[in-house]
Design a protein around this ligand. Structure first.
Ligand SMILES: Cc1cc2nc3c(=O)[nH]c(=O)nc-3n(C[C@H](O)[C@H](O)[C@H](O)COP(=O)(O)OP(=O)(O)OC[C@H]3O[C@@H](n4cnc5c(N)ncnc54)[C@H](O)[C@@H]3O)c2cc1C
Ligand code: SF4
Length: 513
């Protein structure tokens, strides 16, 4: 364990970020690494609880007390071995995870006091890369079995890496010009620089994963070809259909789904700053023009996607940026009757982007606001957004007498995603759940040999869940591949329900290892 009684003597030291007023002028990561002695001190605060609730809080079941202790004892090479035992891409989660583990840390019973788990995770993996401890691990065996993984987001990357390390021949298809999914084309560089993603992709390639970018499966490769050429298929296509806003004026020019804007910004950065963003291996699509520069920008939707739109708009030189949220403002601290410890607390979190908007005086966030209609000019360009206060409960109807309007020359719709794109699922004939996600309770779909993982299976979620799903799905596909020669596949041992459910949280493996 960490230092006995360490948590009584040492205060939590939060993650440091660069000053919002300075960082808004560039696209470099804003997270500031702490020196090793300070991290070791933070690791010393871990109490190594008899029941480590952080394990259950982390969807990957990361061995948190173990590596906290190893960092405290300066045993960094062992710490990365422990971390990689459960997490293929700790540099993604160490930078981007909302850290449900910290919400579940026993020290968090005194709110704001948890061990800085995520910061330590990030430090371990960054140091491991710097020291050259992260190397390709090609398989020692070749099963001769072939797998197509469709979609190279975190779920597909994790599934591909696990299956390859199990000795299978893996082809990873990706529609975009580079791998990484939303971590590459959704999340901005100031949260994770793209060479960090590419470095990991190249590890997979060096392990023998065949990466084929610029291939839209279902269009460039038919499902018949998939079935003919591969023993198994993993669908990890994400949940990409955006929720729309069917409001009068929606058809005006200048109103876009958030991801359209984020793709444009990420591709622009990849073109203009190649030292920071590796050049894709296949050409990117022709650039589309969506820009916030010199405009009043309104982002509809108060979540992470909306925050990333705000962050980019500020860097582009928007005149103002306002983020609107339909739901009421949550309480500033954990509400014990709604989300008691160790649950993930519903509470107000000021995003990095809102910090930047406030620090630069460019804008703010507003809660309980419903958009009633958009106004445009004679040329069909949006010029204003009309709103009203929203009632506190569904259907969040406008409250009479509270109407207003604000200038808006660019409106970004960041109200979440409905489900995966349906075309490929329909071509494959896989069953779907009532929300339109792939129905695959134990990762295998209704079509034998076709598996699903990540947002395509669970709906738009988190990177940590995508990695977890990729790993578990790979385990199930691996079982299937090994059983192919037998008369019948081995029985599935994860129970009848969804493999994520159950009193013990996510299983660490989906069957005997
Ligand atoms: C803007 C934004 C910011 C986010 N920020 C965070 C964050 O900070 N922290 C966090 O934990 N989560 C965040 N998320 C959520 C997180 O990124 C996703 O939950 C995660 O990326 C899902 O991984 P995935 O692999 O299932 O899908 P995706 O990352 O969506 O990857 C799916 C991949 O499949 C490819 N694909 C789709 N169809 C085909 C096809 N037919 N043929 C070939 N390829 C195909 C797509 O091009 C894509 O690369 C964010 C989401 C968004 C939209
Ligand atoms: S992956 Fe997320 S939940 Fe798990 S230990 Fe890291 S920060 Fe915590």
């Amino acid at each position: 364990m960490g230092e006995i009684g360490g948590f009584l003597k040492i205060d939590r030291s939060n993650v440091d970020y660069r000053d919002p007023e300075q960082r808004k002028d560039d696209y470099r990561e804003f997270l500031v690494a702490k020196p090793e002695p300070e991290l070791a001190e933070q690791g010393a605060r871990c109490m190594d609880c008899g029941v480590p609730f952080c394990h259950n809080g982390c969807p990957l079941g990361n061995l948190i007390p173990d590596w906290n202790d190893l960092v405290f004892r300066h045993r960094w090479p062992e710490a990365i071995t422990q971390l990689h035992a459960t997490n293929n891409f700790p540099e993604f989660t160490g930078r981007l995870c909302p850290a449900p583990c910290e919400a579940a840390c026993v020290l968090e019973i005194r709110e704001g006091n948890a061990v800085t788990i995520k910061q330590i995770e990030n430090a371990i993996v960054d140091r491991a890369w710097d020291e050259g401890w992260v190397t390709p691990q090609p398989p020692a065996i070749d099963t001769g079995r072939t797998v197509a993984v469709v979609g190279a987001g975190p779920a597909g990357l994790a599934a591909a890496q696990q299956l390859r390390r199990g000795g299978h021949r893996v082809t990873l298809f990706e529609r975009d010009e580079a791998a990484g999914g939303l971590v590459r084309f959704g999340v901005p560089d100031f949260k994770i620089e793209k060479w960090v993603v590419e470095r990991r992709v190249q590890q997979l390639v060096a392990e023998g994963v065949e990466l084929r970018c610029g291939v839209d499966v279902g269009v460039d490769v038919t499902v018949e070809e998939l079935h003919d050429q591969f023993d198994a298929v993993v669908l990890s296509t994400g949940s990409r259909v955006p929720r729309d806003l069917p409001t009068p004026g929606r058809e005006l020019r200048g109103i876009h789904p958030a991801m359209d804007y984020l793709y444009v910004r990420n591709r622009w950065l990849a073109r203009t700053d190649n030292e920071q963003s590796p050049v894709p291996t296949v050409p990117a699509p022709e650039p589309v023009e969506i820009s916030a520069a010199g405009k009043h920008v309104v982002v509809i939707g108060g979540g992470d996607t909306g925050a990333d739109c705000v962050g980019h708009s500020i860097r582009e030189g928007a005149l103002s940026v306002t983020q609107l949220e339909l739901l009421p403002e949550p309480p500033v601290s954990r509400s014990d009757d709604r989300t008691p410890w160790p649950l993930w607390p519903v509470k107000l979190r000021v995003s990095y982007a809102m910090e930047e908007a406030r620090a630069t005086g460019l804008g703010d966030a507003d809660f309980s606001v419903v958009t009633t209609h958009f106004e445009g000019d004679a040329d069909g360009n949006v010029t204003a957004l009309h709103y009203a206060n929203a009632e506190a409960a569904p259907p969040f109807a406008p409250v009479e007498g509270t109407e207003g309007s604000m200038p808006a020359q660019l409106v970004l719709l960041a109200m979440g995603f409905l489900h995966p794109e349906q075309e490929l699922l329909d071509q494959l004939g896989v069953e779907k759940d009532p929300r339109g996600n792939v129905k695959a309770p134990t990762y295998e779909t209704s079509v034998s040999g076709v598996f699903a993982a990540g947002d395509a299976r669970r709906g738009q979620s988190l990177i940590v869940w995508a990695i977890n799903e990729g790993r578990q799905c790979a385990r199930m596909a691996d079982r299937y591949l090994h059983a192919l020669n037998a008369e019948q596949a081995e029985p599935v041992l994860v129970g009848g329900g969804d493999a994520d459910e159950g009193p013990d949280g996510p299983p660490q493996s989906a069957g005997p290892t």
